[in-house]
Design a protein around this ligand. Structure first.
Ligand code: SF4
Length: 241
């Protein structure tokens, strides 16, 4: 696989994220879709939080998305066109797949990523697995290979709380990489590698008073920011399969 540009993380030995995810060929299990955000990747983009992650990084920002039950179950082909329309209407130029662990649902996410790609949008994905492991698994896994091929920008590696990264956007720890797998965001990744870039935290307060947070911040920083504002909107939904 050609990596067009990268801001690799520091090398920290860890077993987190080293177990190959089991193939999943069921419907997509997801928690939240936003047609537009400016905190989950370059520019304005849609964001899809999938439900389920077996990596279990200590002090993960989204532990409510670890459970492989709950969330919403959807046929990928049904939701892809609907989400593309919503993203276009909101002025987004791409989609970010995060979670949860997108590569645990690679078979369901690959066709969604391709729909966005075919419409001229870029695809960004987060993974608690490293790119080198994903490439190794892709050699015998069509689902992992298909999702990697449809990904323009990958943030890879588990979150290691003892190695926080405050120099680069989107990721949480210094071991994680930001890698341009296509030319789409290679220039931006080169800039991040040479100069760093501040992160963005987006706080939305809905008309119903619900507070939602996009982007990355430490729990302590979030607690200070959100003190007394109310509960997060991206808690697991009540739909149970
Ligand atoms: S891979 Fe991501 S969602 Fe999963 S535990 Fe680690 S930080 Fe959390």
């Amino acid at each position: 696989m050609i990596v067009h540009a990268q801001s690799p993380g520091i090398d920290v030995p860890t077993l987190l994220g080293t177990v190959e995810p089991a193939p999943s060929d069921g419907p997509l299990r997801w928690s939240r879709f936003l047609p537009a955000t400016e905190a989950e990747g370059p520019g304005r983009r849609a964001a899809l939080w999938v439900q389920g992650c077996r990596v279990h990084c200590p002090e993960c920002f989204n532990p409510h998305l670890w459970a492989t039950r709950g969330g919403v179950l959807s046929d990928p082909t049904d939701v892809a066109a609907q989400w593309l329309d919503a993203a276009r209407a909101a002025g987004s130029t791409g989609i970010t797949l995060l979670g949860g662990e997108p590569f645990e649902q690679a078979a369901a996410l690959a066709p969604i990523a391709r729909v966005f790609r075919d419409a001229g949008m870029s695809v960004m994905a987060f993974s608690g697995h490293t790119l080198s492991d994903l490439v190794r698994w892709a050699a015998h896994r069509d689902d992992v290979s298909a999702l990697l091929e449809a990904t323009d920008l990958l943030c890879d590696g588990p979150y290691l709380r003892e190695h926080p990264d405050t120099r680069r956007p989107w990721i949480g720890s210094a071991n994680q990489g930001i890698r341009a797998l296509s030319p789409a965001h290679a220039e931006e990744v080169r800039r991040i590698a040479s100069q760093g870039r501040a992160d963005t935290l987006e706080v939305r307060i809905g008309a119903d008073g619900l507070v939602s947070v996009n982007g990355w911040a430490s729990d302590a920083a979030l607690a200070a920011l959100l003190d007394d504002l109310g509960v997060r909107a991206d808690r697991p939904q009540e739909h149970v399969a």
